[in-house]
Write a protein that binds this ligand. Structure first.
Ligand SMILES: Cc1cc2nc3c(=O)[nH]c(=O)nc-3n(C[C@H](O)[C@H](O)[C@H](O)COP(=O)(O)OP(=O)(O)OC[C@H]3O[C@@H](n4cnc5c(N)ncnc54)[C@H](O)[C@@H]3O)c2cc1C
Length: 426
């Protein structure tokens, strides 16, 4: 289904730096670690592993960055999809703080990688604003800011309605500003990670879908139609696209399609809409999210769709959500429209795990733009014998969906529709 989601029509594809075609795997290769997936998780794992001296072969089924990492909203939102208040309630002060601080380090890791490898990706650390669509959201925001402070993070501030409307020209009852947020060109970042991984010694193959994973004494063999990689360990970094390769791992996440547009270049470059150039999302369960682009457009994502088939006209599908958030943009020209698959877990916590020589990280639940780089780093550490940062996440791995891959769809759709309905009735 990913191929039907118009990646080629995305603003990211239209503004990406050139990226060389990597040859498909042919014949047999040997590696300490073989990685499935050339998104930020897999590439970050490859980079960290190669830096640790491991022999790494990464197999990407399509092009590097054509999954969620190359087409997301580019919003840098510190922390996990499950907020500080929930972490505190579920895991208590000490464990909650350790998890939260580790998650927060993802943002610094990305900033560090961008600087270290000179990745030109329009990094803008202007903050992230969560806007309140209901008055009672402000109580939750205040609660969240207090919980974050208790977990050692002082970056959040609650805005009243006037301050929120000054920050973004969209109806809201207030907001929660996170100074640590921002946005970036997620495809150029992913392509930069790929270059850095290669420079460190990792071997990357494109057009090499892994069709079979075979356990054998002393390791794992990954098969493609044209070759195989014989490795001591394997990392599954296919996220929503992993599919049948490992049904047991894949059934722990639920892929949900989500759609994004960019407007034509706006007369003021969008400065009147978001003067401070923050990344913004709203408090709806089916979230709307938006930001300015460096070439003067508004990028807007909204409206999940639980049907496996994408809408015939993605721009027309997103338009009503955009116009509800920005009535003054009614009828604005839409230059690009595309979709992607978000992988959601039952607890909204990421799923990091290990089964013998096979490790995986996925399911960042819509907040993986920077967490994926951390996920890859933790996988690399665990694969090279240091699981001290991997283990706390593995210990809170979410439960799989009831009924596995077969039933998760219909059951989850019912649940999500209920929340979408709650968005409508307030
Ligand atoms: C539309 C959309 C908007 C989003 N917006 C945001 C946002 O604004 N902020 C945020 O924090 N997060 C956002 N996210 C989530 C974020 O993009 C993801 O969590 C993150 O990119 C996941 O990275 P990944 O490397 O794990 O997976 P991916 O980037 O999807 O990479 C997985 C790769 O594995 C490959 N693959 C899968 N199976 C195989 C196989 N068998 N053989 C070979 N290759 C295989 C795929 O082709 C793919 O390239 C969004 C996601 C989507 C879809």
């Amino acid at each position: 289904m990913n191929d039907a989601l118009a990646f080629a029509g995305s603003w990211y594809a239209a503004t990406a730096q050139p990226s060389p075609l990597r040859p498909a795997l042919a014949g047999e290769a040997r590696a300490d670690v073989a990685i499935v997936g050339g998104g930020a998780t897999g590439l970050s794992a490859a980079l960290h592993l190669a830096e640790r001296g491991a022999r790494v072969v990464l197999l990407e089924g399509g092009r590097i960055g054509h999954g969620a990492s190359g087409r997301n909203g580019g919003q840098i939102i510190p922390g996990l999809r499950l907020g500080a208040a929930d972490l505190l309630a579920r895991f208590g002060q000490e464990r909650g703080a350790a998890l939260f601080q580790l998650a927060l380090s993802a943002r610094d890791l990305v900033v560090d990688r961008i600087a270290r490898h000179d990745i030109a990706c329009d990094l803008t650390l202007s903050g992230h604003l969560l806007t309140a669509v209901r008055p009672r959201d402000l109580d939750d925001f205040a609660h969240e800011a207090v919980a974050a402070a208790r977990l050692g993070y002082a970056g959040m501030a609650v805005l009243d309605a006037a301050a929120a409307r000054a920050a973004v020209a969209s109806p809201s009852h207030g907001g929660l500003m996170d100074a640590g947020g921002g946005h970036f060109h997620t495809l150029n970042y992913t392509l930069g990670l790929a270059r850095a991984a290669e420079a460190a010694g990792a071997i990357l193959h494109e057009a090499s879908p892994v069709t079979r994973l075979e356990r054998r004494a002393g390791g794992v063999t990954l098969h493609t139609d044209a070759g195989r990689v014989v490795a001591a360990q394997a990392i599954l970094a296919g996220d929503a696209l992993l599919g049948p390769l490992n049904g047991r791992v894949h059934s722990r996440i639920m892929p949900v399609a989500n759609y994004i547009v960019t407007t034509d270049v706006l007369p003021d470059g969008g400065a009147g809409l978001i003067p401070g150039n923050q990344a913004v999302s709203d408090s709806r369960f089916v979230v709307n999210y938006f930001r300015r682009t460096p070439d003067g457009r508004l990028m807007f994502g909204g409206g999940e769709r639980y049907s496996p088939r994408p809408p015939a006209d993605m721009a027309a599908f997103v338009r009503p959500f955009l116009e509800r958030s920005f009535p003054m943009l009614a009828g604005v020209g839409l230059a690009h429209a595309w979709g992607g698959l978000v992988s959601i877990t039952r607890s909204r916590l990421p799923d990091l795990g290990r089964d013998g020589p096979v490790l995986w990280a996925h399911g960042y639940s819509g907040q993986g733009a920077v967490l994926s780089t951390l996920g890859g780093a933790l996988l690399a550490e665990a694969a090279t014998g240091d699981a001290s940062r991997f283990a706390p996440f593995a210990a809170i791995a979410p439960p799989g969906f009831p009924g596995g891959a077969l039933l998760r769809g219909p059951l989850h759709v019912l649940g999500m529709l209920w929340y979408a309905l709650r968005d409508q009735i307030g």
